[in-house]
Design a protein around this ligand. Sequence first.
Ligand code: SAJ
Length: 413
Amino acid sequence: MTVSVVGLGYIGLPTALLLARTRDVVGVDIDEDVVATLNDGGLPFEEPGLAELFAEVAENFSAQTTVPEDAEAYLVATPTPLDEVTEVANLRYVGAAAESVAAKLDPGDLVVLESTVPPGTSERLVLPILDRDGPDEGGVRYAHCPERASPGATLDEMVHNDRLVGGVDTESRERTVDLYDFAEGAIHPTDPTTAEFVKLMENTYRDVNIALANEFAMLGEEYAVDTRHAIELANEHPRVDVHSPGPGVGGHCLPIDPQFLTQSTTDSRLISVARDINESMAVHTLRHVRRLVDTVAHAQVTVLGVAYKGNVDDTRETPALRLLRLAENEGFDVRASDPRVDDKDFTYPLSDLDAAVADSDCLVVVTDHAEFTDLDPSRLAAQMRQPAVVDTRGILDPERWRNAGFTLSRLGD
Ligand code: SAJ
């Protein structure tokens, strides 16, 4: 059996390679460079274990820019960005993928959509395209199975996480379960719209929970409480699970998915307020910076970490960018450094650590990379004009940094 995976990004490519363990897989992407890189044996991005998996299944995998005729199952994992101007889900890539798959479908072929989409997208947009352009006889077998893997642990989570199989009928669900033969987590059968809704609930829960943690952090500062310690204590309660405060929420999912849930309704308030709180954390972080440099003329501020979360090289929707722009607007001389992000992959110039820290008046730890936990504060203090640091992630050992001469300001403390 041949499977075609349309969209070879952070989700499509790892899924395609896992599927290729037991069958032939034709990967499809509109980006010719991605296709050429893969057919030359290279990977367009890094992810733990991906290179090893590629080497293992290379014989069963090929990439091309057009959807093949001869597949019996088509899995779509194209991006669904939020349109920057209208803040509405951009479903053009999903629509275009559905059209190109529909043109190649035979009766009884299976189509699985993994892309995260607003509730109702399968029923209102995708299935009508497949029915219109695809074969009548026997109809199309279809399921929405939203991806739930976290970057940095993608392969492990794809294999071990539970899966939602939102099929239009029993046969679609059964065929989809057979397709995911690499999945070891539990399978939860449901319908497509419920699967779409559940996926968005999960990321919205996390975004709202982080907003609550961020609000607690700001209250903790008012009450002179160490909020992170307070959260640890509260989380000892068996029914409490408060997330961690930070400089804002980034990535391609949490800042976007709640808006997929709310954009077609007037009945949501909490979710939008949570978004606003999380977006405001860069401003709050800057308030910490201002306090540390208010006596310094032409202060130089160094942002440590531009990846959206720790130990990844991914900068999509990173809160660091908002902070960098705001800090520039304050008139600070701003530098940024990230041991995991390549200068050419980020819209703001990056320097190596020593260059970014030299003569700085204030460091701001934005990303919880392991490299930053291990920094030597004495070495950094010697390079700086004024040893001050804002820790937005609670990863620096306060005693060690203060003993090295630093003025330390911790978000939420
Ligand atoms: N963050 C906090 N505090 C926390 C946890 C996270 O400030 O307590 C921040 C992170 O630093 C980061 C952002 O939130 O900037 C998002 O990080 P994340 O680890 O919550 O999520 P992602 O975007 O890497 O992956 C999420 C995951 N969803 C859930 O855990 C519910 C993942 O399982 C999904 O597959 C992924 O979104 C997706 O593709 O939808």
